[in-house]
Design a protein around this ligand. Sequence first.
Ligand SMILES: [Zn+2]
Ligand SMILES: [Zn+2]
Length: 382
Amino acid sequence: MRAMVYRGPYKVAVEEKDIPSVEHPNDAIVRVTLGAICGSDLHLYHGLIPDTRVGTTFGHEFIGVVEEVGPSVQNLKVGDRVMVPFNVYCGSCYFCARGLYSNCHNVNPNATAIGGIYGYSHSCGGYDGGQSEFVRVPFADVGPSLIPDWMSDEDAVLLTDALPTGYFGAQLGDISEGDTVIVLGAGPVGLFAAASPWLMGAGRVIVVDHLDYRLAKAREFAHAETYNFAEHRDIILELKKATDYLGADVVIDAVGAEADGSFLQHVAGAKLKLQGGSPIALNWALAAVRKGGTVSVLGAYGPAPTGIKFGDAMNKGLTIRANQCPVKRQWPRLFEHLRNGYLRPSELVTHRIPLEHIAEGYHLFSGKLDGIIKPLVVPGAS
Ligand SMILES: [Zn+2]
Ligand SMILES: [Zn+2]
């Protein structure tokens, strides 16, 4: 089969690999019909995630058709059209039993720190991902779901991470009626995080980024007010002015440490002269939220970020909530929001890249070129 393989920082290729086989009675093999590159894949691409091994295949956002099932799989059959959450999880451990699928204890030797994720380095379990023609899906009775007939492939693939993660960020904010919500970062997850508060009663949504084309999308797709932080000497002051000098009720950090290479490198390099990896977005969140407010963290942070202004969080009486999204928990409600037309995730798709050309996709996405917002990956399309 053809599969994307990691060849070192900023180097990916498409190579021939063996089709994965059933290794456990609960496995399924899924033939990928549509995948995506995620902003968080850029952390891998930039060589920032520990234990990202050369030769592994990325891709935690994919849908497909069941090609083969292990002997004990009961909920799937060959030919089923399925969506697969980015979380690999067992469904029965202490954490899974509480719906914390992203914190599963059984799918990663590093499980005390992080759960299992497809195509996201051996730090996250070493599972090959879906930027390929076939994927082995463990615990096949647990994670995948049938794609409803009325749902398009492009909407379905965005339900495997980007939309549920953005929506989850808004949920973690515990939004009350009339709340002002600031979203830092206008990548796909940030845009979904900005569209979601309206479904929870928010009164205002403000999006902050430095890429004008993405801020335009935030106005159009998420009906948000927008600020380009590169145009302001002190973005926190601007945000305070915009919120009666109190700060926002909720701030969602959809950037993370290191981020996708551009948000922070821009701030770090051009504005603050700091090393990459400093939690600038998180400190902005702590500064822009009002006293007693909530900071919701979706952006990815490595094991040892430094320089978080934790004293501010304590003295302002903040609530900080964070997690990787437990994707399948979000699906029933999100299915209804899609069916009713409240959310149209595929509106963020800007590029459909043949798997054979995925290196070009990474290059475009990493460089924020060609107006890219969300690139999909199409196996067998070239
Ligand atoms: Zn993702
Ligand atoms: Zn589990």
